[in-house]
Design a protein around this ligand. Structure first.
Ligand SMILES: Nc1ncnc2c1ncn2[C@@H]1O[C@H](COP(=O)(O)OP(=O)(O)OP(=O)(O)O)[C@@H](O)[C@H]1O
Length: 263
């Protein structure tokens, strides 16, 4: 029987606006995610997808509601405290990595997330050896790039390293924030397939924002659709079997058209 790994309960997030009326980033949003479940998050522009991720990581404090991770309430914890348990990969490969530092240094920092000792003391021969072995297991030749600045890698290699950094501590929750959107289609496909393999091998509980609807259909156990700070649809694995990308585009278009009709 799968256990609930993440429970998001009635969370609200507003932003101030110049007009004085607050912007509703998230409205009473609730979601339970089972351990090992992969949920694709799609939605209209400005639906609140990134706000949801920022509230989960603690980058934005929530106004009300509660967030539980593996049974523990985390919404009061700082971003640094949550980082030990939540991995995130961004669309922009410069985010979440230190571009001038080497691959080895970046991976060492990722391994030490949530710990207090400085970087210098951690750059040991033993760690170097262990990280090299780990990189070699991906068969992408990355073990020979350990001493180059991460900024000099190709976009695809960088996203793979970002993924390895986000998962190296076996996070309780992995957040993929359109992580293949900036890559050319062939590389994006490879990175997505690699991502899927890593998620399955490590049984990672995952939320994945994507505009690639085919990826949502191919690689998730459930798809949620967001609009105006709320989840308006859930498609479970059974529903996904008969769903097409055209259905998903049509649904998003309907949401936008319904809004234009009201305006
Ligand atoms: N820091 C902020 N300050 C003010 N408003 C914000 C802030 N972050 C998000 N918002 C607003 O909250 C709403 C949700 O934005 P969010 O970026 O989460 O949407 P999204 O679904 O990720 O959109 P997209 O797919 O277009 O990137 C939008 O109206 C946005 O303008």
């Amino acid at each position: 029987m799968p256990q609930t790994q993440v429970s998001i309960q009635q969370i609200n997030k507003q932003f101030p606006s110049r007009s004085g009326d607050p912007i509703h980033g998230l409205k009473n949003l609730s979601l339970d995610i089972q351990a090992g479940e992969v949920i694709a998050v799609i939605g209209t522009n400005g639906a609140g997808k990134s706000t949801l991720f920022n509230c989960l990581t603690g980058q934005y404090p929530i106004d009300s509601g509660a967030i539980y991770l593996d049974g523990k309430q985390v919404d009061g914890l700082s971003q640094v405290e949550r980082a030990a348990h939540i991995g995130r990969v961004f669309q922009d490969p410069t985010m979440g990595t230190a571009p001038r530092m080497t691959v080895f240094e970046n991976l060492t920092l990722a391994q030490k997330r949530g710990a207090s000792r400085g970087l210098g003391i951690s750059l040991t021969q033993e760690r170097y050896h262990n990280i090299r072995e780990y990189l070699a297991s991906f068969r992408l030749d990355l073990e020979h790039r350990m001493d180059v600045p991460i900024g000099s890698l190709s976009g695809g290699q960088r996203q793979i390293i970002s993924l390895i950094m986000a998962t190296i501590k076996q996070p309780k929750l992995l957040l993929l924030d359109e992580h293949t959107a900036a890559l050319d289609p062939r590389i994006a496909r490879q990175v997505m397939e690699m991502t899927h393999t890593m998620i399955k091998e490590q049984d990672l509980t995952t939320l994945m924002i994507t505009h690639h609807h085919q990826d949502a259909l191919n690689f998730s156990d459930r798809i949620i659709v967001m609009h105006h700070g709320q989840i308006v649809d859930h498609y479970d694995s059974q529903a996904i079997k008969s769903l097409t990308t055209a259905d998903l585009y049509a649904r998003l278009e309907d949401l936008v058209l319904a809004e234009e009709a009201i305006l």
